[in-house]
Write a protein that binds this ligand. Structure first.
Ligand SMILES: CC(C)(COP(=O)(O)OP(=O)(O)OC[C@H]1O[C@@H](n2cnc3c(N)ncnc32)[C@H](O)[C@@H]1OP(=O)(O)O)[C@@H](O)C(=O)NCCC(=O)NCCS
Length: 257
């Protein structure tokens, strides 16, 4: 795979912010959060980031983890504690956040929490993006704040993405796709050209979606599915070719936690 440097020189064509000089925390201490830390480390090793100390550490609601060490960094407290501190003692330079939470619903809720904190005067904001140096980005790709792209993920050309989109390892998105807010594309999943994806939709590992299809909001695509039809809002699509199911709650079953 050809690797395209995502540094500042290419920024004008990518329409994706490529770096920030602000300090930041990663929210969460689970696998995704630690992978975000690994992306940061890879950016530092590649020389894209010149100040490794900008990464302050992790935040987690679990008080048992506070002031312990995760991936060589300290868990400083919860998001709420940091927001309260930044509301009562505003800093001139906003502190940034990276959302290291895999759940699309939790990401959406956190976005609301941070928006409310900003309205209350907290000097906090989302880091624009965290893109692994071995991710590949073509021309005219746009992403909202909080964009995360793991190693081997590919965006080809003329792709629009909303806020807090996560492209996991080795996933690919082809020309003219439109991706909503808080969407996750899991490892190895592939979208062909001109696919539309609604907000909070989660596309499972190694799933494929053929061209020109529309996935609604709050859709779940099962691992390995081959999606050849549109998928309405809130539906689940599994299998090859994918069959559609109502989500668990609409089947009267308890959701898996
Ligand atoms: C589809 C998924 C979201 C579960 O949705 P769900 O509504 O809870 O589905 P259930 O577990 O109730 O299963 C419903 C049916 O779909 C089938 N099914 C579930 N996942 C499937 C999959 N990936 N492929 C094929 N069939 C699947 C079940 O066997 C069941 O079949 P049945 O109706 O014949 O009994 C989940 O199985 C999945 O594939 N998640 C993606 C995981 C992933 O890629 N994670 C990435 C981590 S980085």
């Amino acid at each position: 795979m050809k690797t395209i440097e995502t540094g500042a020189s290419a920024g004008s064509r990518l329409h994706i912010h490529t770096t920030s000089s602000h300090s930041f925390y990663i929210i969460g201490t689970g696998g995704h959060a630690r992978e975000c830390a690994a992306i940061w480390e890879a950016r530092c090793v590649a020389g894209i980031e010149t100040n490794p100390e900008l990464f302050l550490g992790f935040l987690d609601d679990d008080t048992a983890k506070h002031f312990t060490s995760v991936a060589t960094k300290t868990v400083h407290g919860s998001l709420r504690m940091v927001i309260d501190m930044l509301t009562t003692s505003p800093t001139v330079r906003p502190v940034e956040l990276v959302c290291g939470i895999g759940s699309v619903e939790v990401r959406a809720r956190m976005s609301e929490t941070v928006r409310a904190a900003q309205k209350s005067g907290a000097s906090v904001r989302w880091r624009p993006q965290l893109i692994h140096p071995l991710a590949s980005i073509g021309t005219d790709c746009r992403a909202g704040e909080g964009f995360i792209m793991n190693a081997g993920a590919i965006l080809t050309t003329e792709i629009q993405m909303g806020r807090h989109v996560h492209l996991n390892i080795g996933s690919s998105v082809s020309h003219d796709c439109q991706i909503g807010h808080f969407v996750t594309i899991a490892p190895g999943a592939r979208l062909a050209g001109t696919v539309h994806v609604g907000d909070r939709t989660d596309i499972g590992m190694q799933a494929s979606v053929i061209q020109l299809r529309r996935l609604g909001s709050d859709v779940r695509i099962g691992a390995g599915a081959a999606v050849i039809t549109d998928v309405p809002d809130t539906m689940v699509a599994v299998g090859v070719p994918a069959r559609l199911l109502p989500r668990r709650a609409d089947r009267g079953e308890r959701p898996v936690t």
